[in-house]
Every structure is written in structure tokens, then in C-alpha cells.
Write a protein that binds this ligand. Structure first.
Ligand SMILES: [Fe+2]
Ligand SMILES: [Fe+2]
Length: 141
């Protein structure tokens, strides 16, 4: 069983946003699987940590790209959408700090395992209408 399925999130009208969401879901599931393997002694800490670093980089790029598109096409609810991203990043940074301070990888894997709840809600209620607006603007409508 995967942590999160692509079917749980709405299809985006903007292809690059859709691809980003698909990739993020893949990384989240990979971390969940690696964390299980790590607990069983079947994966190394280095493998798990590398995937976590990949996730952190991906989230930053994901949000930055949406923010760039919103600014490019003058999305009216930019501030609301950007604030939602910033609040998530703050929580992510807190979990990363706890991971480093306590030297316990579960501090970050526990956070990442709860992340799908936020992501699914964000994609379906915030990204979806944003992509709808952007797609129209991109077509010159
Ligand atoms: Fe998104
Ligand atoms: Fe977003």
C-alpha cells in the first residue's frame, strides 16, 4: 500500500504543475518505503537521508515554480497561495531542525508521512483553481 495515490489529487490544467505533483507523490511514497526498509535493516540511513534531501529540494522548487507562474500571469490570490506555501515550509523547517537537533530521522519521516494530508487538500482546494486561472491566461483568454 502506498502512502498517497495520484488519484487522490485533482488533475491540473497546467501540465508542469501536474508533473510536479506526480513526482512529489512518487518521492513521498519512496520515503515511506525506505523508512520501512530502514526500520527492518534493509536500507541504509544514507539512502533514506538522500531521498529526504531530494524531497526538500523538490518541495522548494514546486512552490517556487507555482509562485513564478502566478506572478507572471498576475494571479489575484497570489498572497493567499504564497502564504499557504510559506506556512508549510515553516513546519517542514521545524521538522528538519528537530531531526538535526535530536539526530533522529523519525522526526522528519513522521512529518513527511503526515504531509500527504496537507498536500492533497492544498492541491485540490488551492492549486486546482490556480491552475484553472493560469491555463486560461496561458491560452490568452
Ligand atoms: Fe502544487
Ligand atoms: Fe500550491
Amino acid at each position: 500500500m502506498a502512502l498517497v495515490y495520484i488519484e487522490q489529487v485533482e488533475d491540473m490544467d497546467v501540465e508542469e504543475m501536474q508533473k510536479t505533483h506526480e513526482n512529489e507523490i512518487k518521492i513521498l511514497n519512496a520515503i515511506d518505503n525506505l523508512a520501512i526498509s530502514y526500520d527492518r535493516g534493509e536500507a541504509t540511513l544514507e539512502e533514506l537521508e538522500a531521498k529526504i534531501e531530494e524531497y526538500v529540494k523538490h518541495v522548494h522548487e514546486h512552490f517556487a515554480n507555482e509562485e513564478r507562474l502566478m506572478q507572471e500571469y498576475n494571479f489575484p490570490s497570489y498572497d493567499m497561495h504564497k502564504t499557504a506555501h510559506d506556512m508549510f515550509l515553516e513546519e517542514l523547517n521545524m521538522a528538519l531542525k528537530n531531526w538535526k537537533n535530536y539526530k533522529k530521522v523519525s522526526k522528519i519521516t513522521d512529518f513527511i508521512r503526515r504531509a500527504p494530508e496537507w498536500i492533497v487538500l492544498h492541491v485540490n482546494t488551492v492549486d486546482y483553481p490556480t491552475a484553472n486561472y493560469l491555463a486560461k491566461k496561458m491560452k490568452g483568454l
